[in-house]
Design a protein around this ligand. Structure first.
Ligand code: PGA
Length: 250
């Protein structure tokens, strides 16, 4: 059985104090979430140590939103994967479209980050997704296929087991426009086939593939009911504990 996961990507939101309160509110309600659903929160770097303390005795797991493409040294402003592991992160997000778009993260950079994250013992939520014009031009499968093959195909079978893929169509992120369940299912099935074709069916079938992009309590149920959608990566709606928990209950 594939793992069901609902992960909250807080992006650059909340003060540390607000983040701690949000984490406490999530922990307080975690028992409402069905067994078998893993909850993950991804606060900003500055919050990780404090939030780790709140999550300590709970089932909620901690993720970073990014890591450096170098192991250590003179890289001002960067945070290494090993540092994240050292303070209790179980996961890091990599390849979010905002990183690709605003910070020039290409496949070459992401391959290095991926290697370091895995080497440090982190699991990775790897984001893929096409832009609106790419979908309109009918290139969405090619774009996602390239994002997967360039960064994931070099991994070993043991490593790929520690990856969760998040399909986030860029046109749906923070826009209020959600992919239809049909559009999401179609792409999720394609991603699973792509993984299966390279790593074998067992690996493809075992991989959790999350949907992200304006996922909220009102649409989560329909999306999560699709056979190849194993949960969600939630931005805006993860900043309210009630909404985040409601999504996880879907
Ligand atoms: P959103 O963001 O839920 O606010 O659309 C999702 C994401 O970017 O992970």
């Amino acid at each position: 059985m594939r793992k069901k996961i609902v992960a909250g990507n807080w992006k650059m939101n909340t003060t540390v104090a607000e983040g701690v309160e949000l984490a406490k509110a999530i922990v307080a309600k975690v028992n409402e979430v069905p067994a078998g659903v893993t909850l993950i929160v991804a606060p900003p770097f500055t919050h990780l140590t404090s939030v780790a303390e709140v999550l300590k005795d709970s089932a909620v797991m901690l993720s970073a939103q990014n890591c450096a493409d170098q192991p250590k040294g003179a890289y001002t402003g960067e945070v290494a994967a090993s540092m994240l592991k050292g303070i209790g992160c179980a996961y890091t997000i990599l390849g979010h479209s905002e990183r690709r778009e605003y910070y020039g993260e290409n496949s070459e950079k992401l391959e290095k980050k991926m290697a370091l994250a895995l080497e440090s013992g982190l699991r990775v939520i790897y984001c893929v997704g096409e832009k609106l014009n790419e979908r309109e031009e009918g290139k969405h499968f090619d774009v996602v296929s390239e994002q997967i093959s360039s960064v994931l195909f070099g991994l070993t079978r043991a490593e790929i087991k520690r990856i969760v893929v998040a399909y986030e169509p860029v046109w749906a992120i923070g826009t209020g426009v959600t992919a239809t369940a049909e559009q999401a299912q179609e792409m999720h099935a394609f991603i699973r086939q792509t993984i299966s074709a390279h790593f074998g069916e067992e690996t493809g079938e075992a991989m959790s593939i999350l949907y992200g992009g304006s996922c909220k309590p009102s649409n989560a149920q329909e999306l999560f009911a699709c056979p190849d959608i194993d949960g969600g990566l939630i931005g805006g709606a993860s900043l309210k504990a009630d909404d985040f928990i409601a999504i996880a209950k879907s």
